[in-house]
Design a protein around this ligand. Structure first.
Ligand SMILES: [Zn+2]
Length: 486
């Protein structure tokens, strides 16, 4: 297992990104960076869903053409990459030719399971999906709490019901591992409740003439989810059956999707069924993350609590924000953002914790004379603590428990502070003894470990620190890693 394919969901571009969008990308990015540090080959994919009806409606409202509208918003989503130092290898837009080709090819490959029928139902545009009446909450979409639209037309359907047993086996036996466990249980009970065939097209008229044509029937557009899910393989040149597709999808048993809990059903039920129908392999791991609120409330324009992720990154730096999101709450659960919480955590963990430890150690090392100090790890107590932390940290990182992994690192930082307090190496700096040198070497060894552990979370700061340590003899200024927020 030395290669990893990891994807984020592709976002609807009906509005500019908010911090919830940034959160998912950062989370996947930390995993991708960790895998690369472990020497694995990684393909990290993100993108935007430009074909949704939501985008069409939002463009109408803004009074511009749909393509002008989606281009402008996609640009903003792409800018998250730079703002948060995200290491995507590819970014796919569903209006791209390679996607259109691939989505239509997938449709063809599933054709034995696709049939036409007249259908009427309740459609939530925000979810881009039909709801049964008993799934509604007070006649409203359970997620958006808005009234779904009544739709009646002749559409194409996909025989999902046929794959009931296949999907049950896949999820139950963890051939697709759904994390966290509670979400796996939800999906299993959804499957066990009995799967119905799903509508996979809509009239071109209802789609506002926007989207991908059903092959051979331009009066219909491919349903946006059938189209969107295909991005994970169309970005790998599935349309042209390229090497990338064979290498990263078909011949790779480490394909990971990171998605919001609200769209897990599409990824854990519909998507594997579509792939199986087309004779293709399913993904291996699906991680469902929670949502972020601001000040305890759902992020919404009307509440005026939308926080611009670009402003946040500009004000505090990408690394600080990346760290906050992963250290403040476990990603599988919901979390909350406020400026107070942010500044508190930054100051306690980074300024007073990690930053202060680096400052303490480097001040002593520079005073002692750096040319003699090589990281060593001679003291058994330090070695033990390091290897314990490393083991615990690694296990948690492999299971997407970044919140717990960071706790391990912070505990280690605290332990090093205590170690310094006990050894009092500052009082030994003048005697230039071997004992002093050994203590300082051990401390440098610990700093290098901390850098390695924190690097996926704060690639820029940790990269700079690494360089600083490499050329310690030439440093004229203090490192000043995490200046306190006043
Ligand atoms: Zn909805």
């Amino acid at each position: 297992m030395n290669k990893t394919f990891i994807s984020t969901a592709i976002d609807y571009v009906n509005a500019f990104p908010h911090i919830g969008h940034a959160l998912e990308k950062i989370f996947a990015d930390v995993f991708a960076r960790r895998e690369r540090l472990l020497g694995k080959e990684v393909f990290f994919l993100s993108g935007t869903d430009e074909n949704s009806l939501k985008n069409v409606r939002a463009a109408e409202k803004a009074g511009v053409s749909v393509s002008e509208f989606v281009n402008k918003n996609t640009e903003k989503f792409f800018e998250l990459k730079k703002a948060f130092n995200l290491s995507y290898d590819d970014f796919i837009k569903t209006t791209e030719e390679r996607h259109v080709l691939g989505a239509q090819k997938l449709w063809h490959a599933c054709e034995k399971d696709i049939f036409k029928k007249i259908y009427s139902g309740l459609y939530c545009v925000a979810c881009e999906t039909f709801y049964k009446e008993d799934e509604l909450k007070d006649d409203c979409c359970p997620i958006h709490l808005t009234k779904p639209e009544f739709v009646e037309e002749e559409n194409y359907f996909f025989r999902l019901s046929k794959y009931q047993d296949y999907l049950e086996d896949l999820v139950e036996k963890e051939k697709i591992k759904i994390i966290p466990q509670s979400r796996k249980n939800e999906i299993l009970s959804f499957i066990n409740g009995g799967l119905e065939d799903i509508c996979v097209s809509r009239s071109s008229e209802r789609a506002g003439e926007w989207g991908i044509d059903v092959p051979g029937d331009p009066s219909q557009k491919i349903w946006v989810w059938f189209d969107a899910l295909a991005n994970y393989i169309t970005a790998l040149d599935f349309g042209e059956n390229g090497d990338k597709f064979q290498n990263w999808w078909q011949n790779n048993d480490r394909k990971i999707h990171v998605v919001g809990k609200d769209i897990l059903k599409f990824h854990a039920v519909y998507w594997p069924a579509m792939l199986f129908s087309a004779g293709l392999n399913p993904p291996n791991i699906i991680f469902a993350h929670g949502f972020i609120t601001v000040g305890g409330q759902k992020i919404s324009k009307s509440l005026g609590n939308v926080i611009d992720p670009f402003e946040l990154a500009e004000k505090y730096g990408a690394d600080g924000v990346r760290y906050f999101f992963l250290a403040e709450f476990p990603m599988a659960e919901d979390g909350d953002f406020t400026y107070e919480k942010f500044e508190q955590r930054y100051n306690s963990d980074l300024a007073n914790g990690v930053g202060n430890l680096f400052e303490r150690v480097l001040t002593m090392v520079l005073k002692y004379g750096v040319e003699n100090i090589e990281p060593a790890g001679a003291d058994q107590a330090i070695l033990d603590l390091c290897s314990q932390t490393e083991k615990s940290y690694s296990g948690k990182m492999a299971n997407f428990q970044f919140y717990d992994a960071l706790k391990d690192v912070l505990l280690f930082v605290g332990a090093m502070d205590k170690y310094i307090n006990n050894k009092k190496p500052w009082s030994l700096l003048d005697d230039k003894s071997d004992q002093t040198k050994e203590i300082l070497s051990d401390l440098m060894f610990s700093l290098e470990k901390i850098i390695f552990w924190l690097k996926p979370f704060m690639p820029s700061k940790m990269g700079k620190t690494e360089n600083y340590l490499k050329n310690l003899g030439e440093q004229k200024e203090k490192l000043n890693l995490f200046p306190r927020i006043q």
